[in-house]
Ligand binder design. Structure first.
Ligand code: CA2
Length: 154
């Protein structure tokens, strides 16, 4: 049984994944991504708590919840990436590794997607690898969590 939980958080409109705009975001649904992320996490000894909300404050609450319930966070903040000082502050406030993830290559898209409020406070940023990015981000997080646990075990 994995004894390390990580949160995978998804922001606004990602509930539409696979159902709209397949040319940009692919045809895999968020439910498919959840299954893949949980399987990948299990292989790495991580229990994945996978969530989606269209509401900024709910995402803030979940980041706070992770302080006591998770060893790290993968977050696709959706469009809040480009607007949310609240998410910046929440990530900064939790002493947890946070990986920022985007399905699309935001730098190959509109200029308003080139700035992120999360990147300066994230442990790392992954974008442009489609929904496989969730597995890649979990691998990166697993490595950071293992290193943290080895240097300061509970
Ligand atoms: O590439 C990403 O993962 C994004 O975080 C997705 C956000 C976008 O605002 C960011 O700039 C980049 C949008 C999520 C909306 O997802 C949809 C999925 C399918 C159909 C419509 C929207």
């Amino acid at each position: 049984m994995p004894d390390t939980t990580v949160f995978v958080l998804n922001g606004p409109n990602l509930n539409l994944l696979g159902l709209r705009e397949p040319a940009v975001y692919g045809s895999t649904t968020l439910a498919d991504v959840e299954v893949e992320a949980k399987a990948a996490g299990a292989r790495m000894g991580l229990a994945v708590d996978f969530r989606q909300s269209n509401h900024e404050g709910v995402l803030v609450d979940w980041i706070h919840e992770a302080r006591t319930r998770a060893a790290g966070i993968v977050i696709n903040p959706g469009a809040y990436t480009h607007t949310s000082i609240a998410l910046h502050d929440a990530v900064k406030a939790v002493d947890l590794p946070v990986i920022e993830l985007h399905i699309s290559n935001v730098f190959a898209r509109e200029s308003f997607r080139h700035h992120s409020y999360l990147s300066p406070v994230a442990a790392g940023v992954m974008c442009g690898f489609g929904t496989h990015g969730y597995v890649l981000a979990l691998e990166a997080l697993a490595k950071i969590v293992a290193t943290r646990n080895a240097t300061s075990p509970r």
